[in-house]
Design a protein around this ligand. Sequence first.
Ligand SMILES: Nc1ncnc2c1ncn2[C@@H]1O[C@H](COP(=O)(O)OP(=O)(O)OP(=O)(O)O)[C@@H](O)[C@H]1O
Ligand SMILES: [Mg+2]
Length: 315
Amino acid sequence: MSLEVKHLSYSYNHGSAYETRAVDDVSFKIDKGDFVGLIGHTGSGKSTLVQLLNCLLEPSEGTVLVDGKDVFESEDTKRANRFKVGLVFQYPENQLFEMTVYDDVCFGPKNMKLADDEIEKRAKRALSLAGVEEKDYDKSPIALSGGQKRRVAIAGLLAMEPDILILDEPTAGLDPMGREDILSELKKLQKEHDMTIILVSHSMDDVANYADKVLVMDKGKLILDGDVSAVFKEVDLLTSVGLAPPEISYIIRDLNEKGFGIDTDITNVEDFKVELLKILEKRRGKFRKEGIKKNSKDFSAAIQVDATAKGVKHD
Ligand SMILES: Nc1ncnc2c1ncn2[C@@H]1O[C@H](COP(=O)(O)OP(=O)(O)OP(=O)(O)O)[C@@H](O)[C@H]1O
Ligand SMILES: [Mg+2]
């Protein structure tokens, strides 16, 4: 399922003195199976944009096309789109209100008026996909930790089997472990189920580590749209709108200044690790030939010598 946004605009308090153009003439296209990071400074229009994608808000201008069809055509198409394009709000755990985790996840499919056995099948599948443990199914949602609640909320959305899953800051307020867990589950959903995912995030590192494409918003406008490596190379533009490229970009820049020659397309830690090990192995081979023993204390010295030979200055 493809998603296309064409000249989309939205103003709050339209026509009043307090009018705010939160989304301003935004156009882009997302293909099936893409994992897209949506980033931007606070107030740049991210949440407004995703609510338009899910038909919770009606555009002032422009439209959203799903598989080429205008989702705002009628009340029926809008309703159908809310199931196809699932939106997990920021702090979704505040919206868990059923007596048990299991009942909460069944709420969406029940609302879709599905048969009981289908509801059960979907709820169990969604709970397992979101990494909720079976022992928690009968617990009250309020008895769970923040990370577990977040998973239940995501499961509730997955049970409706959306084609596109949008998450507005899904890791806000979670500890680093909880964050990694949720993001890895999302990556698995993309890889194993070819799900299209839009991740709204303030963390450039999370976007660099998990997304393939990035949309950057500033004051309601879409200012960058492209592959992760291309977008994060725009250091000056990102900095000018209050965003910092991922930490790894700075590390690569510093190492390259020391003559390491690391591929500057790399933006995530995993790829960086593979590249660095390759380079170190190559250097080890070279040093061995020159008589410097593997694992010798001279290794860092050898790197210095190697870099100095290339005329690179050291701190
Ligand atoms: N309900 C509302 N009524 C009036 N203005 C609003 C409303 N919600 C958002 N805005 C304004 O619209 C603009 C975009 O807000 P939005 O919440 O979409 O930004 P955001 O990028 O999601 O920000 P954040 O990163 O803080 O979540 C801001 O100027 C905001 O003040
Ligand atoms: Mg927001």
